[in-house]
Write a protein that binds this ligand. Sequence first.
Ligand SMILES: *[C@@H]1O[C@H](CO)[C@@H](O)[C@H](O)[C@H]1NC(C)=O
Ligand SMILES: *[C@@H]1O[C@H](CO)[C@@H](O)[C@H](O)[C@H]1NC(C)=O
Ligand SMILES: CC(=O)N[C@H]1CO[C@H](CO)[C@@H](O)[C@@H]1O
Length: 297
Amino acid sequence: MRKPHLGFWDSVVLSLFYVVLLFSFGVESQSNVDGKAMEALKKSIGKNSLAWGDSVYCKWEKVSCSNAGRVQKIQLGNQNLGETLPPELSQLTELQHFEVQTNQLTGEFPNFSGLGSLQILLAHNNNFSSIPEDFFNGLTSLDTINIDYIPFSPWSIPEGIQNASLLRDFSANSANIVGKIPPFFGGTTFPGLTNLRLAFNNLEGELPKSFSDPDLDPYPDPKPRTRSQTPDPRPKPGPGPGPRPGPRPGPGPGPRTRTPDPDPDPNSDPDLDLDPDPNPDPRPRPGPETGTGTRKK
Ligand SMILES: *[C@@H]1O[C@H](CO)[C@@H](O)[C@H](O)[C@H]1NC(C)=O
Ligand SMILES: *[C@@H]1O[C@H](CO)[C@@H](O)[C@H](O)[C@H]1NC(C)=O
Ligand SMILES: CC(=O)N[C@H]1CO[C@H](CO)[C@@H](O)[C@@H]1O
């Protein structure tokens, strides 16, 4: 009996076949992971509100993909969404922008730990109930996060956020944060940090000594706001899709527009205030418009 014998060219063809098979299997299994996550997202929020159809998820409205079919942007701000976000979103390992601001989303925020491509996370003005403790671990590309006005169960700023060394904008006004302001916000951990907003939380203790760093710019906005403006507890509808939310116009929720402090002791001030009052004694300016009949002749 003759043994089956493969000639040289047969082997080459066979090897090539395996290479192609492996390659296509590898690519497909990657986008399958994204596909599963996107199907889960569609099941939760996409059916009713967004009319995401049966096409490939890369063609869905408000979703952008890389050429390889990996999800890079999901931009769902102001869509009147009231559902939960599926945990499968944590599998979108090439996600760069995730924007769900100004909806009524509920439930636990998905565990984004390890999403090393994530740059922009806008989730403000929602009804999420909690944020995973290790959420910030491995978010090494994070540039901007806004989680203002979310009724999280009480949480403190986790150590893991130090992984996000590129962080420029951290906004968590009224996010039910407890505990102390970690000193690393004022040190060299985040050399690019320009906006830190932590008003309307339950912070305690002193401002970290590291905050006296002369490099820390207390006036990141082009036009510093003044305290005479009425505090507006709700920020304007989110800045929408874009590379950066940019400086917020108008009386936003920044630390300079806080409500009058019932506690006059500055050392126990729970609000973060990087703004030494530029005008501590605003004397009423003489003039006809301030006159209440007490002007001397
Ligand atoms: C979050 O995800 C990371 C990485 O996948 C994992 O190690 C961690 O256990 C998760 N945390 C929770 C609370 O599920
Ligand atoms: C937000 O969540 C709370 C508790 O889960 C619920 O009672 C409330 O009705 C929700 N609000 C909105 C606007 O969905
Ligand atoms: C300082 C700090 O908490 N670093 C964390 C960075 O993220 C890894 C996981 O990706 C954590 O193990 C580290 O503790």
